[in-house]
Write a protein that binds this ligand. Sequence first.
Ligand SMILES: Cc1ncc(COP(=O)(O)O)c(C=O)c1O
Length: 477
Amino acid sequence: MMPSQRLIGIDECEQMALKQVQDLYQNYVSRSQVSLTTTFGFGRVRVERAEGCWIYTADGRKVLDFTGGVGVLNHGHNHPRILAARQRFMDSRRMEVHKAFFSPYLAALSHNVAQVLPGDLNISYFPNSGAEANEGAIKMAYKYHDGQRQTILRADISFHGKTLGSGSITGSLENNFRFPGLPNIQVYQYGDMDSVRAAVAAARTSAGGCDVYAIMVEPYSASTLRSWSEEALRDLRELCTAERIMLIFDEVYTGWGKTGSLFYFMRYPGLIPDVLTYSKSFGGGKASISGYTARESVFRHAYDRLADVILHSTTYYGFGEETATAIEAVNIVVTEDFPGKARAIERMLEPGLERLRKQYPDVIASVSGVGALHGVELADGPKILNLAAKLGPSGFSGDPDFAKKLITLSVIAALYREHDILSYYSPNTGNPLMVAPPLVTGPDEVEYFLSCLEKVLAKGLTRLLTGFLKEKATSLW
Ligand SMILES: Cc1ncc(COP(=O)(O)O)c(C=O)c1O
């Protein structure tokens, strides 16, 4: 070790005061992130541990986590069966890097995924993030056509990730700087088959052939809480079959029970994409693992020959403990009936939020959602928007939605400060307050959330916003 080097060990890391952690973020991670997290997030709190839908902070608070880890925590924090699966893997000194040998975990996980998915969605690949899963699926679609087709379609409001490739097919407002990306992307209106047909027609070759190799679709858009109708999805499947376009369903957020069916598309029997992508709760809240699963005929046609075996791979694909964890995560989803749990949560949230909308029409513009994935869009008349713009901090003038975000943040802050509830907002269209609890959340917690939200909303947006901005101004700006 060089004389000037001083390395932090795990012991010391776990003992660090919050200030020390923030200083290290300032110096070695991102100053702007520190500023954002302390100003608008909960960066002034240190989390001690988390279990189920509860977070325990160092200052003794017990916080109800209604973020659902943005899709990661269907199983809640530290599900005992997930912990046991990982512990068992470690205690047995299993091998992580399996490339030169067959991995029983990778084999079993691929088998199980094929068992729970419909039709011939049988062949899987397991990288680590949603973006990687999407890019893998796109590569397969491109290869399926042997490079003969050049156009890919994405929706106007899509969210598929932030890497160069997946970012270039992301239309979300979150994606406000254009990096280089995939060539020949055409945009269709979300859920609108006329618009899809027009985009396919616009991409004909001079000989009249179809030039579209893939259409990216979020059957349920978690970031905007919008969905395709069943009829449109079935028409889309028919069009893709007729034109031999690879239909890719991105269920990275909505998978593993969150919307009340195992995957959102599975509520419609017989509807099968060519490739499905998923991630988040696939790792049981512990493992960073994602996946794409292709119809057998699609995979075989695209890749299944010796010359193509290494055309697509990543170092950490199908790693030992990640796949062991995912095996347990999927087993829990099935044996504990996560889709049923999401439907039970929906049966409380839907009428509960609708009642609040009717009760507070000046505060709530709309509510929408499915399963354990709901959102409350707050009213944003000119008066409240002007107030937010007048009292809010400078430095965000480039963000046209900033005033709207401040309004939603004032509700999030009140829920946290006054009721120990953690929530978040979607940075995509409308910036709704997201109500997306883990699927292990019980009826008492859902009831508690609804009653606290009511108490907060009863204050009215003007009071909430001015209170929030004053508190922030005195403490930070
Ligand atoms: C629908 C959807 N697709 C793709 C992604 C990207 O996943 P990741 O952040 O793991 O790359 C996300 C992430 O939130 C998502 O919600």
